[in-house]
Design a protein. Structure first.
Ligand SMILES: Cc1cc2nc3c(=O)[nH]c(=O)nc-3n(C[C@H](O)[C@H](O)[C@H](O)COP(=O)(O)O)c2cc1C
Ligand SMILES: CC(C)(COP(=O)(O)O)[C@@H](O)C(=O)NCCC(=O)NCCS
Ligand SMILES: [Mg+2]
Length: 427
């Protein structure tokens, strides 16, 4: 059965987790979801449903233990395919072994939750069930999202298996979060959330699992800055940092080490990203300058307030004490300063949020601030700019190359930018 391409209505934002990022035209679209026997398996129903709705074709394999937690019927119904189990693995009415068919079919295998048991099997190449056999009978990328009790996760043998597996370029790992576990412990071992897993899958379908940013340091600024007049009033802008978040996710999923300096993000930070929250432009400046020396790629997608109130009152000003005209002064021009102090091998990309003609002012900013490239972003078009989950842009570089990024998810736009930049990076 083929999967009709559904038109996706973006999920409503809760303001706490980023909404799911969709790729409109993933190059690859066949995903096997392998489910291990852990309580976090309950979250995989949402992943399977969301992937199906995004136009991805999904087939699910459940281990015997997974079936103690969720049923094959649920996952068969959500994926619109049979849910595959060890019982089917041993059936004698097939013309070809099931694990060979499934292994050849898959563009990507997601295993979530990965149990300590399945991790050990994968690390040692054991193959005593349908899932492990399918992994060995395929060559596509494998994305692992482990979940377990903290003591289990922190066992030397489990950590050894985890790190061992990730040395194989085929494997991508999301790692675990710290927080409340089902055994009431608070610690490491929580599975990544569905929105993180889904974005990772979408990225790997775009890149075919290429870790083309492995060993690279990517420094990104995101979100709006705030310049306070007193403790309750500020000059700011509507930037939510979603574009910077998408850039950070795309770079992470391509193997980079990512540092994200962000102004007041309302969303959770994905696992694996080093995040530095800031409020004002001068705080953002000091972190960007401090982190600059290690970076191979620097992307300034933050919307920095250009000016700040000249005077700051540490006490809330009474309404009647507010001045009629607010004296302003400029804030540091972060991108211009980074352009001045960066070395020639470092690539600096700016963003220009524009209305009306987006190209002319962006080109002017590219040259005036001596950037390597600029992303001209029409903030007055529907479905692009501040707060939206989609975007569109014109990418311009200082060599005069130019390409248009049509309306797409911010994650997809981030991948278009890295598709262009990455081959040009020096080793
Ligand atoms: C209630 C319960 C919860 C469990 N949760 C986890 C878990 O979160 N992570 C894990 O690695 N194992 C967990 N286990 C143990 C696995 O189910 C067990 O190791 C099983 O053999 C895993 O099989 P599989 O890797 O084939 O799915 C849990 C077991 C029970 C009974
Ligand atoms: C179990 C759960 C998915 C619950 O998540 P939730 O608090 O978001 O509902 C999360 O705590 C998790 O991923 N835990 C790791 C696995 C675990 O707790 N295993 C059982 C410990 S014995
Ligand atoms: Mg500006």
């Amino acid at each position: 059965m083929t999967n009709p391409k559904f038109k996706i209505t973006p999920l409503a934002s809760t303001g706490e987790t980023p909404t799911t990022q969709w790729l409109q035209n993933p190059k690859l679209r066949r995903v096997i979801v392998g489910v291990g026997g852990g309580i976090a398996a309950y979250k995989i129903c949402e992943v399977v449903s969301a992937l199906f709705k995004s136009g991805v074709e999904v087939k699910v394999i459940l281990t015997n233990s997974a079936q103690k937690f969720i049923t094959p019927l649920t996952l068969a119904t959500l994926s619109r395919h049979p849910a595959y189990t060890d019982e089917m693995f041993w059936q004698s009415d097939r013309s070809r072994p099931l694990h060979i068919d499934l292994g050849e079919w898959a563009d990507l295998i997601l295993i979530a939750p990965v149990t300590a048991n399945t991790l050990a099997k994968l690390a040692y190449g054991l193959a005593d069930n349908l899932l492990a056999n399918t992994v060995l009978a395929s060559r596509c990328p494998v994305l692992l999202a482990p979940a377990m009790n903290t003591d289990m996760w922190e066992q030397a043998v489990v950590q050894r298996n985890w790190h061992q597996l990730l040395t194989d370029p085929r494997y991508h790992g999301i790692g675990t979060a710290s927080g409340l576990l089902a055994c009431d412990r608070v610690g490491a071992g929580r599975m990544a959330e569905p929105w993180e897993i889904i974005a990772y899958v979408q990225s790997l379908l775009h890149t075919a699992g290429q870790k083309d940013l492995a060993g690279k340091q990517v420094l990104i600024s995101a979100g709006g800055t705030r310049e306070y007049l007193d403790p309750v009033r500020f000059i700011g802008n509507p930037s939510t940092g979603k574009m910077g978040l998408a850039l950070a996710q795309a770079a992470l999923h391509r193997g980079a080490n990512v540092t994200l300096v962000h102004g007041l993000a309302t969303w959770e930070i994905p696992l694996g990203i080093t995040a530095i929250p800031v409020v004002s432009a001068s705080e953002m400046r000091s972190h960007m300058v401090r982190c600059l020396s290690n970076a191979d790629v620097i992307i300034m997608s933050a919307a920095v307030a250009d000016v700040k109130p000249r005077d700051y009152s540490p006490e809330k000003l009474a309404k009647k004490a507010l001045p009629e005209a607010l004296p302003l002064e400029p804030v540091p021009d972060i991108v211009a300063e980074l352009a001045q102090i960066k070395q020639s091998h470092q690539r600096l990309i700016g963003f220009a949020a524009q209305t009306g003609d987006i190209v002319k002012p962006a080109l002017e900013k590219l040259h005036r601030k001596n950037l390597d490239a600029i992303v001209a972003n029409p903030v007055d078009e529907p479905g692009s700019g501040f707060g939206s989950d989609t975007n569109q842009a014109v990418f311009l570089d200082k060599q005069g190359q130019r390409f248009e990024i049509p309306p797409c998810s911010k994650l997809e736009m981030a991948h278009h930018i890295f598709d262009f930049l990455t081959p040009k990076l020096t080793d």
